[in-house]
Design a binder for this molecule. Structure first.
Ligand SMILES: [Zn+2]
Length: 141
């Protein structure tokens, strides 16, 4: 635990080269996701028109089409959430608080940041959180 970490110390566990690499990864991922979302939005529009056409000719097909639309929307939502996470990570990069777990204040190891450049929690806190969410999901079913 290092909650009384000062601003100057906060990104000390990362070298300048590592920070450069992570900044690059964040930018690349952001561009990739933005392009994905654009494509997905275009595709969902097409699906929407297909939906309308399907409703006229066959109601069973229409049910299938709207199920597909739901999946698409979920994917777009997920990508937009990740885009927001990346935007937040870029903000933390500027504030020099990047790579610091938002829950416990510990350093997030470089290997984790390479895999998930927008990671805002250390492995331990993330696992705890996922455990809680998994439990909540089970109990609502
Ligand atoms: Zn943590």
């Amino acid at each position: 635990m290092s909650l009384e970490l000062t601003l100057e110390d906060s990104m000390k566990h990362l070298t300048e080269l590592q920070i450069e690499e992570l900044t690059l990864r964040l930018t690349e991922r952001m561009r990739f996701l933005a392009a994905q979302v654009r494509e997905e939005l275009a595709a969902s529009d097409t699906q929407h028109y297909r939906d309308l056409a399907g409703a006229v000719t066959d109601t069973a097909d229409e049910a299938l089409a709207s199920a597909l639309v739901d999946v698409d929307t979920e994917l777009i939502d997920r990508h937009i959430t990740e885009l927001r996470d990346i935007e937040a990570a870029r903000g933390r990069m500027q504030n020099k608080t990047y790579g610091i777990c938002i829950d416990c204040g510990d350093a997030v190891v470089y290997e984790r940041l390479v895999a998930y450049p927008a990671a805002k929690r250390c492995v331990r806190c993330q696992e705890q959180r996922e455990h809680i969410y998994a439990h909540q999901r089970r109990s609502t079913l």
